[in-house]
Design a protein around this ligand. Structure first.
Ligand SMILES: [Zn+2]
Length: 517
């Protein structure tokens, strides 16, 4: 057995859902003894950045994930359309944008399989959608439609919309016409997500983009017992709506804090999106993109408005969870947090910058100085097709190769936590755990990517357990196997310090083995 950051011990004792003793002392206590038959035990994984409801919604639609050609995607959409003749909109995801050079997919390709009703597919980066012509028609998007502020519409040479749209404000032009998600349908998504997460060994997770009716669905799930893991909600606010959202968010936080114990739901965080993604050319950069020297990407907030919004929610003791990918967005976020720290009363704020992919050299030390947690997606820290085919041509190799400076940040004593960003990528921590340790997929051919940025397996595991617990203000009872902690743990079949071939044997929450069907 092993415990993140604490070394190896054999045997531990559980009483009333808590760990009461570890090591030899535990073996002396009376009670039932469970033999793990050589299993290796680690704390339950804690996912510090994920979108479980989006994953559940996506799982209902056509299954285009991991398909390797436009033809394969078309046949899956055709199959789904035929099997679901009464569905008025076909919405699904998430397709691999790197299979088409530049990532601009054409509406006409989808028209060949479905032309009578709208089709909307999300790309894996979740900053891009590909739609058919019916969707464009319903939304009234044509050659004369300007790009919305904070989004883009890909065009053909004649100026007509091609069928690929980038950033949520653009999706909204189309999706506002689709049937709205309901508490009932999102409740189903939550059940699906909880089962998937538990099977992957995740015992606490986050929902990092909460809009109505998602919080309401979580409240319903908590009341009915359908919420089987701990969940932390982060409400999304935008430059346009952050002021009017204050009352709604405070009301929901209050409702959630009053749910009967044991209450698995918390809602103390606000999500801010400051840019898009490098793969779609929408991450905000300090210097221009190479493939479009007129562009430095998308800066979603202006500086003053961002400072005002962060400051207002910080003053209400909400934790700030800021999506920033490009060095421009990260710089803007650091500057804004610096202002908030200077102006607002001091408190244990634990602000988070999530993704933190490309940090300007002069900004690296500021994470520690401003006591900001960098939440990384460990599965992204190797030279995958997205980094190689989509990102490198846009930003060049020097900037591409400076992504994910985990070692540098840890050496600067930065607090690092992990999250999956599911359904952007796999929710399974075991798919991701070894990637920042090797900077490649275990056992795969090819070179490690920037080997000097590797971290140890212990650091990787700690980022997905104890450090993520700290991010969620849960370090007193989560993320470690210590006396007094909640008995949330995962039994692996092998020791991950000896082999990459590790699978989950069982998952325990509050001392009870959770069976997933
Ligand atoms: Zn995300």
């Amino acid at each position: 057995m092993w415990s993140a950051g604490l070394g190896v011990f054999e045997g531990f004792a559980i009483e009333n859902g808590l760990i009461v003793a570890t090591g030899p002392a535990a073996l002396e206590l009376p009670g039932e003894v469970i033999d793990l038959a050589g299993g290796f035990l680690i704390p339950g994984f804690i996912d510090g950045h994920a979108h479980p409801i989006f994953a559940g919604r996506e799982a209902r639609g056509p299954k285009v994930k991991n398909l390797q050609s436009v033809d394969e995607i078309k046949s899956e959409v055709a199959r789904y359309a035929e099997e679901n003749p009464n569905e008025s909109w076909i919405i699904g995801g998430a397709y691999e944008a790197a299979i088409v050079s530049g990532g601009d997919f054409d509406a006409r390709w989808l028209d060949e399989v479905v032309s009578d009703r709208p089709v909307v597919l999300h790309a894996v980066d979740h900053h891009t959608i590909w739609v058919n012509s019916k969707s464009l028609e319903i939304a009234g998007i044509n050659s004369n439609t300007p790009n919305p502020d904070g989004g883009t519409i890909a065009r053909r040479e004649d100026g007509s919309p091609k069928g690929t749209l980038r950033e949520p404000i653009s999706f909204d032009l189309i999706l506002k016409h689709a049937p709205a998600d309901s508490v009932e349908s999102d409740l189903e998504a939550i059940k699906y997500a909880c089962n998937e997460l538990i099977s992957a060994g995740v015992t606490t997770a986050t929902e990092c983009w909460v809009e109505p009716p998602m919080a309401e669905a979580y409240i319903a799930a908590a009341k009915s017992g359908a919420l089987t893991i701990d969940m932390h909600l982060a409400f999304l606010v935008t430059p346009q709506n952050w002021q009017e959202q204050v009352a709604y968010i405070q009301e929901l936080r209050a409702q959630i804090s009053k749910l009967p114990e044991p209450n698995r739901l918390k809602a103390n965080t606000i999500k801010f999106l400051t840019d898009g993604a490098l793969s779609s050319g929408t991450a905000a950069m300090l210097d221009p993109y190479l493939d479009d020297p007129t562009s430095t990407g998308l800066k979603i907030w202006d500086d003053a408005n961002l400072i005002a919004a962060l400051g207002a929610y910080d003053l209400l003791n909400f934790q700030l969870h800021i999506h920033a990918i490009g060095d421009g967005a990260i710089n803007q976020s650091l500057n804004a947090i610096e202002e908030v720290v200077k102006t607002n009363p001091n408190w244990d704020r634990r602000s988070v910058i999530v993704h933190a992919q490309l940090i300007a050299p002069t900004d690296l030390a500021r994470f520690k100085e401003l006591d900001i947690i960098a939440n990384f997606q460990p599965l992204w820290s190797y030279l995958d097709p997205m980094n190689k085919e989509l990102i490198e041509p846009r930003i060049g190799s020097e900037r591409n190769n400076r992504q994910y400076q985990l070692r540098t940040l840890l050496d600067l004593e930065t607090k690092i936590s992990f999250g999956s960003d599911w359904p952007v990528t796999s929710h399974k921590p075991l798919d991701a755990l070894f990637i920042p340790v090797l900077r490649k997929i275990p056992g795969a051919p090819g070179e490690a990517w920037n080997i000097h940025e590797v971290i140890s397996l212990e650091e990787s595991l700690t980022s997905y357990t104890a450090n993520a617990a700290y991010q969620l203000f849960g370090e007193r009872d989560l993320g470690k196997l210590e006396s007094g902690m909640r008995a949330n743990f995962v039994v692996l079949d092998n020791n991950p310090f000896e082999t990459y071939e590790v699978e989950i044997k069982s998952v325990w929450i509050d001392g009870i083995e959770i069976k997933v069907n």
